[in-house]
Design a protein. Structure first.
Length: 272
Protein backbone atom coordinates (compact mmCIF):
# COMPACT_ATOMS: atom_id res chain seq x y z
CA UNK A 1 0.00 0.00 0.00
CA UNK A 2 1.36 3.40 -1.00
CA UNK A 3 2.45 5.60 1.91
CA UNK A 4 0.73 8.91 2.67
CA UNK A 5 2.52 12.08 3.75
CA UNK A 6 1.47 13.66 7.05
CA UNK A 7 -0.86 16.61 6.52
CA UNK A 8 1.51 19.10 8.14
CA UNK A 9 4.37 17.95 5.93
CA UNK A 10 2.25 18.16 2.80
CA UNK A 11 1.26 21.72 3.70
CA UNK A 12 4.85 22.86 4.23
CA UNK A 13 5.95 21.11 1.03
CA UNK A 14 3.27 22.85 -1.02
CA UNK A 15 4.17 26.21 0.51
CA UNK A 16 7.78 25.71 -0.59
CA UNK A 17 6.69 24.56 -4.04
CA UNK A 18 4.47 27.63 -4.48
CA UNK A 19 7.20 30.01 -3.32
CA UNK A 20 9.68 28.41 -5.72
CA UNK A 21 7.15 28.55 -8.56
CA UNK A 22 6.47 32.24 -7.98
CA UNK A 23 10.20 33.01 -7.73
CA UNK A 24 11.08 31.20 -10.96
CA UNK A 25 8.09 32.24 -13.06
CA UNK A 26 8.48 35.87 -12.03
CA UNK A 27 12.12 35.71 -13.15
CA UNK A 28 11.18 34.10 -16.48
CA UNK A 29 8.43 36.67 -17.14
CA UNK A 30 10.61 39.66 -16.19
CA UNK A 31 13.39 38.50 -18.48
CA UNK A 32 11.51 38.07 -21.73
CA UNK A 33 9.81 34.71 -21.36
CA UNK A 34 6.60 34.27 -23.32
CA UNK A 35 3.33 33.42 -21.52
CA UNK A 36 3.76 29.89 -22.89
CA UNK A 37 7.21 29.53 -21.30
CA UNK A 38 5.97 31.00 -18.02
CA UNK A 39 3.13 28.47 -17.99
CA UNK A 40 5.57 25.67 -18.83
CA UNK A 41 7.85 26.51 -15.90
CA UNK A 42 4.87 26.89 -13.56
CA UNK A 43 3.79 23.34 -14.45
CA UNK A 44 7.14 21.77 -13.50
CA UNK A 45 5.78 20.66 -10.14
CA UNK A 46 8.34 18.04 -9.10
CA UNK A 47 11.24 20.25 -10.18
CA UNK A 48 9.86 23.03 -7.98
CA UNK A 49 9.00 20.66 -5.13
CA UNK A 50 12.18 18.61 -4.85
CA UNK A 51 14.21 21.47 -3.25
CA UNK A 52 11.92 21.10 -0.23
CA UNK A 53 13.17 17.55 0.18
CA UNK A 54 16.81 18.42 -0.46
CA UNK A 55 16.85 21.20 2.13
CA UNK A 56 15.55 19.09 5.03
CA UNK A 57 19.04 19.27 6.51
CA UNK A 58 18.97 23.10 6.67
CA UNK A 59 17.63 23.97 10.12
CA UNK A 60 17.34 27.79 9.86
CA UNK A 61 13.96 28.54 8.15
CA UNK A 62 14.85 31.78 6.28
CA UNK A 63 18.09 30.27 4.99
CA UNK A 64 16.29 27.08 4.03
CA UNK A 65 13.76 29.05 1.98
CA UNK A 66 16.54 30.99 0.22
CA UNK A 67 18.48 27.81 -0.56
CA UNK A 68 15.32 26.14 -1.90
CA UNK A 69 14.66 29.08 -4.23
CA UNK A 70 18.22 29.05 -5.58
CA UNK A 71 18.16 25.29 -6.12
CA UNK A 72 14.78 25.56 -7.88
CA UNK A 73 16.16 28.17 -10.28
CA UNK A 74 19.08 25.98 -11.28
CA UNK A 75 17.07 22.76 -11.48
CA UNK A 76 14.53 24.48 -13.74
CA UNK A 77 17.39 25.87 -15.83
CA UNK A 78 18.64 22.33 -16.41
CA UNK A 79 15.11 21.19 -17.27
CA UNK A 80 14.88 23.93 -19.90
CA UNK A 81 18.21 22.76 -21.31
CA UNK A 82 16.79 19.23 -21.51
CA UNK A 83 13.71 20.61 -23.28
CA UNK A 84 15.99 22.42 -25.71
CA UNK A 85 17.89 19.21 -26.52
CA UNK A 86 14.73 17.11 -26.91
CA UNK A 87 12.94 19.83 -28.93
CA UNK A 88 9.55 18.33 -28.08
CA UNK A 89 7.78 21.16 -26.24
CA UNK A 90 6.91 23.48 -29.12
CA UNK A 91 8.49 26.34 -27.16
CA UNK A 92 10.73 28.96 -28.77
CA UNK A 93 14.27 27.55 -28.75
CA UNK A 94 15.89 30.98 -28.42
CA UNK A 95 13.83 31.65 -25.29
CA UNK A 96 14.74 28.24 -23.89
CA UNK A 97 18.45 28.75 -24.51
CA UNK A 98 18.66 32.31 -23.22
CA UNK A 99 16.53 31.80 -20.13
CA UNK A 100 18.26 28.52 -19.31
CA UNK A 101 21.60 30.34 -19.23
CA UNK A 102 20.20 33.36 -17.38
CA UNK A 103 18.50 31.19 -14.74
CA UNK A 104 21.65 29.14 -14.24
CA UNK A 105 23.97 32.12 -13.82
CA UNK A 106 21.58 33.86 -11.45
CA UNK A 107 21.16 30.68 -9.40
CA UNK A 108 24.93 30.27 -9.30
CA UNK A 109 25.31 33.82 -7.99
CA UNK A 110 22.68 33.17 -5.31
CA UNK A 111 24.23 29.86 -4.24
CA UNK A 112 27.70 31.36 -4.00
CA UNK A 113 26.34 34.19 -1.85
CA UNK A 114 24.61 31.73 0.49
CA UNK A 115 27.61 29.44 0.98
CA UNK A 116 30.39 30.14 3.44
CA UNK A 117 32.86 29.29 0.66
CA UNK A 118 31.78 30.13 -2.89
CA UNK A 119 34.54 27.91 -4.27
CA UNK A 120 32.82 24.89 -2.70
CA UNK A 121 29.75 25.61 -4.84
CA UNK A 122 31.68 25.90 -8.10
CA UNK A 123 33.82 22.84 -7.31
CA UNK A 124 30.73 20.66 -6.83
CA UNK A 125 29.09 21.97 -10.01
CA UNK A 126 32.24 21.52 -12.09
CA UNK A 127 32.84 17.98 -10.84
CA UNK A 128 29.28 16.72 -11.03
CA UNK A 129 28.29 18.28 -14.32
CA UNK A 130 31.36 16.78 -15.95
CA UNK A 131 29.82 13.42 -15.02
CA UNK A 132 26.30 14.49 -16.02
CA UNK A 133 27.27 15.89 -19.40
CA UNK A 134 29.63 13.09 -20.44
CA UNK A 135 27.07 10.60 -19.20
CA UNK A 136 24.32 12.17 -21.29
CA UNK A 137 26.49 11.96 -24.40
CA UNK A 138 27.23 8.29 -23.67
CA UNK A 139 23.56 7.55 -22.99
CA UNK A 140 22.44 8.99 -26.31
CA UNK A 141 25.05 7.04 -28.29
CA UNK A 142 24.98 3.75 -26.34
CA UNK A 143 21.45 2.75 -25.37
CA UNK A 144 21.12 0.38 -22.41
CA UNK A 145 20.39 -3.26 -23.22
CA UNK A 146 20.25 -4.63 -19.67
CA UNK A 147 19.74 -3.40 -16.13
CA UNK A 148 23.43 -2.86 -15.37
CA UNK A 149 23.80 -0.64 -18.41
CA UNK A 150 20.59 1.21 -17.56
CA UNK A 151 21.86 1.84 -14.02
CA UNK A 152 25.19 3.10 -15.36
CA UNK A 153 23.37 5.62 -17.55
CA UNK A 154 20.94 6.61 -14.79
CA UNK A 155 23.84 7.14 -12.40
CA UNK A 156 24.66 10.31 -14.35
CA UNK A 157 21.38 11.95 -15.35
CA UNK A 158 19.58 10.68 -12.25
CA UNK A 159 21.83 9.99 -9.28
CA UNK A 160 24.67 12.43 -9.94
CA UNK A 161 22.31 15.16 -11.11
CA UNK A 162 20.20 15.19 -7.96
CA UNK A 163 23.19 14.26 -5.81
CA UNK A 164 24.82 17.49 -6.91
CA UNK A 165 21.89 19.49 -5.57
CA UNK A 166 21.88 17.46 -2.37
CA UNK A 167 25.47 18.51 -1.77
CA UNK A 168 24.73 22.11 -2.71
CA UNK A 169 21.76 22.29 -0.34
CA UNK A 170 23.99 21.49 2.64
CA UNK A 171 26.84 23.72 1.44
CA UNK A 172 24.54 26.69 0.79
CA UNK A 173 22.66 25.99 4.01
CA UNK A 174 25.99 26.07 5.86
CA UNK A 175 25.33 22.58 7.21
CA UNK A 176 28.65 21.16 6.05
CA UNK A 177 28.40 18.07 8.28
CA UNK A 178 25.27 17.13 6.38
CA UNK A 179 26.82 17.16 2.90
CA UNK A 180 27.41 13.41 2.84
CA UNK A 181 23.98 12.18 4.02
CA UNK A 182 22.19 14.85 1.95
CA UNK A 183 24.04 13.67 -1.12
CA UNK A 184 23.44 9.98 -0.45
CA UNK A 185 19.72 10.61 0.00
CA UNK A 186 19.59 12.68 -3.18
CA UNK A 187 21.43 10.07 -5.25
CA UNK A 188 19.08 7.28 -4.19
CA UNK A 189 15.97 9.45 -4.49
CA UNK A 190 17.12 10.73 -7.87
CA UNK A 191 17.38 7.18 -9.18
CA UNK A 192 13.89 6.33 -7.89
CA UNK A 193 12.56 9.37 -9.77
CA UNK A 194 14.49 8.32 -12.89
CA UNK A 195 12.91 4.87 -12.81
CA UNK A 196 9.47 6.49 -12.51
CA UNK A 197 10.23 8.85 -15.41
CA UNK A 198 11.42 6.04 -17.68
CA UNK A 199 8.39 3.87 -16.99
CA UNK A 200 6.09 6.84 -17.56
CA UNK A 201 7.89 7.94 -20.75
CA UNK A 202 7.26 4.53 -22.32
CA UNK A 203 3.60 5.52 -22.71
CA UNK A 204 3.80 9.33 -22.52
CA UNK A 205 6.54 9.88 -25.10
CA UNK A 206 6.72 6.51 -26.84
CA UNK A 207 10.28 5.88 -25.69
CA UNK A 208 11.63 2.44 -26.57
CA UNK A 209 15.37 1.97 -27.18
CA UNK A 210 17.18 2.04 -23.81
CA UNK A 211 13.93 2.69 -21.91
CA UNK A 212 13.54 0.61 -18.74
CA UNK A 213 9.88 -0.14 -19.45
CA UNK A 214 10.82 -1.42 -22.90
CA UNK A 215 13.59 -3.59 -21.43
CA UNK A 216 11.03 -5.09 -19.03
CA UNK A 217 8.43 -5.70 -21.74
CA UNK A 218 10.95 -7.37 -24.03
CA UNK A 219 12.19 -9.65 -21.25
CA UNK A 220 15.67 -8.15 -21.06
CA UNK A 221 15.07 -7.00 -17.47
CA UNK A 222 12.91 -9.10 -15.11
CA UNK A 223 10.46 -7.14 -12.96
CA UNK A 224 11.87 -8.78 -9.83
CA UNK A 225 15.26 -7.18 -10.54
CA UNK A 226 13.68 -3.72 -10.78
CA UNK A 227 11.77 -4.39 -7.57
CA UNK A 228 15.00 -5.40 -5.84
CA UNK A 229 16.72 -2.26 -7.13
CA UNK A 230 13.92 -0.09 -5.78
CA UNK A 231 14.16 -1.71 -2.36
CA UNK A 232 17.94 -1.14 -2.29
CA UNK A 233 17.39 2.50 -3.21
CA UNK A 234 14.72 2.83 -0.53
CA UNK A 235 17.15 1.45 2.06
CA UNK A 236 19.96 3.75 0.92
CA UNK A 237 17.73 6.82 1.09
CA UNK A 238 16.38 5.89 4.52
CA UNK A 239 19.85 5.15 5.90
CA UNK A 240 20.92 8.66 4.90
CA UNK A 241 17.76 10.27 6.27
CA UNK A 242 17.99 8.53 9.63
CA UNK A 243 21.52 9.73 10.31
CA UNK A 244 20.23 13.09 11.55
CA UNK A 245 16.96 13.92 13.33
CA UNK A 246 16.58 17.13 11.31
CA UNK A 247 15.80 15.13 8.16
CA UNK A 248 13.36 12.62 9.68
CA UNK A 249 10.45 14.22 7.78
CA UNK A 250 11.78 12.54 4.64
CA UNK A 251 10.97 9.01 5.84
CA UNK A 252 7.38 9.03 4.50
CA UNK A 253 8.55 10.86 1.35
CA UNK A 254 10.85 7.97 0.50
CA UNK A 255 8.02 5.53 1.12
CA UNK A 256 5.52 7.51 -0.96
CA UNK A 257 7.67 7.78 -4.08
CA UNK A 258 9.08 4.24 -3.91
CA UNK A 259 5.70 2.63 -3.29
CA UNK A 260 4.15 4.64 -6.13
CA UNK A 261 6.62 3.09 -8.58
CA UNK A 262 6.11 -0.41 -7.15
CA UNK A 263 2.31 -0.24 -6.91
CA UNK A 264 1.31 1.94 -9.86
CA UNK A 265 4.02 1.99 -12.53
CA UNK A 266 5.76 -1.39 -12.46
CA UNK A 267 2.59 -3.46 -12.99
CA UNK A 268 2.02 -1.74 -16.34
CA UNK A 269 5.20 -3.28 -17.71
CA UNK A 270 4.94 -6.84 -16.40
CA UNK A 271 5.43 -9.58 -18.97
CA UNK A 272 2.58 -12.10 -18.73
Amino acid sequence: MTAVLPEAYTTSMLVTEAANRDHVTDFVARNGGSPELVAHTAALRLYLRVPHFLTEWVTEPPRRAAVARALAMDIVAMKLLDDLMDDDTGLNRVELACLCLHLHLTALHEMCALAADARAVTDVLEHDFTAVCTGQIRTKSHRAENLNEWCANASTYGATFLGCYGSLSAICGREERSVDPARRFAEAFGTIITIADDLTDYDRNGEREGNLGHLMRTGAVPARDVEALLERLRAQALDAVREQPASSGLVPVVGLYTDDVLDRLLPRHLVH
